[in-house]
Ligand binder design. Structure first.
Ligand SMILES: [Zn+2]
Length: 315
């Protein structure tokens, strides 16, 4: 059995994964990043002990997907906006010793895309671009059926390509990044700006969420579904920025499939239609005609991908 851990700033999803990528059992642990990474590793080890006694399985590999810039070679986190003080901690050594398992550490979006590729795409296309749409926007590149890491392991940071020079501020410190428009905080900023500019519009949206501080992308989806023109426009703005970023990647990498994952992708057609419309307008047709746009549905893709990356590295 391989353990897959998807470490977020608030909670970590933990799952025991069979060699075939099936979830055997799963749970969630509070990350509590302020206690430091060693305390989190202790919690994880206690959970594994409990599972071993309960289910009588052996954990041979542990994969950790962490939201941040990860040095996969050394098994360390280089930078994360949500896990202050965790930088430089040697997860590979600490978990490897405690659990007597081989350990892989990777970026969480890379893990989710790898998990999505293994579980959602039955035909295993050669080249896939995966994009994770959540609070932030991450990604992963599968080239010739392998996860591509790049020179420093940073490859696939799709959220931080510029789609609007000098545009809205991004959590990374730059401006005009794709994430600043297609991450949930960017989408909500777009919606709130539209609501401010047009106080007479957005009635259905305002009815679904009267306190705009509590606005979520799911409210925008529900309002768009019910015919709210302002909510539909917020999705159109989001989709157009996403489309510009993705069209550039399609020209560079010529993928078979573009896979969208993560909570925001549940907006479905509201985010997909503007992307497809932009792609349909591209004069350089061949790479876009060949391309398949897919929404991933497996919510455990992050854990599955982390676990299978760890299992694979030891072979
Ligand atoms: Zn950025």
């Amino acid at each position: 059995m391989a353990l897959g851990v998807d470490v977020g700033g608030t909670n970590a999803k933990v799952a025991a994964i069979s060699p075939g990528g099936q979830v055997f059992t799963h749970t969630s642990l509070p990350t509590q990043p302020e206690r430091g990474p060693a305390a989190f590793v202790d919690d994880l080890c206690r959970l594994v002990d409990t599972w071993k006694k309960l289910h009588r399985f052996r954990v041979s590999a542990v994969g950790l997907g962490i939201a941040g810039d990860v040095d996969a070679e050394k098994g360390k986190l280089r930078y994360s906006p949500n896990l202050h003080g965790w930088e430089g901690f040697d997860f590979r050594r600490s978990l490897g010793r405690a659990l007597r398992a081989r350990v892989a550490v990777a970026n969480d979006a890379n893990c989710a895309v790898w998990g999505g590729y293994l579980t959602e795409l039955k035909k295993k296309p050669d080249h896939v671009i995966g994009v994770t749409l959540g609070t932030g926007v991450g990604g992963g590149l599968i080239l010739s059926r392998r996860l591509f890491h790049g020179a420093t392991g940073t490859a696939g940071e799709i959220g931080h390509i510029t789609v609007q020079p000098g545009g809205e501020p991004c959590h990374c410190g730059s401006r005009g990044c794709l994430e600043a428009y297609a991450g949930s905080y960017g989408i909500l900023r777009t919606a709130r700006t539209l609501l401010e500019l047009r106080p007479a519009e957005g009635k259905i949206l305002r009815g679904l969420c009267s306190d705009l501080e509590l606005l979520q992308p799911s409210h925008l989806t529900a309002a768009a579904q019910e015919g709210d023109a302002l909510a539909r426009e917020a999705w159109a703005v989001t989709g157009r920025h996403l489309a510009v970023g993705l069209a550039g990647l399609v020209m560079v990498l010529n993928p078979d499939v573009l896979l969208l994952l993560g909570g925001v992708s549940r907006a479905g057609r509201w985010i997909l239609d503007p992307v497809q419309e932009h792609f349909a307008r591209q004069p350089f047709r061949v790479p876009f005609d060949r391309l398949e746009l897919r929404l991933a549905e497996n919510p455990d893709a992050g854990c599955i991908g982390a676990a299978l990356l760890a299992a694979e590295r030891g072979r």
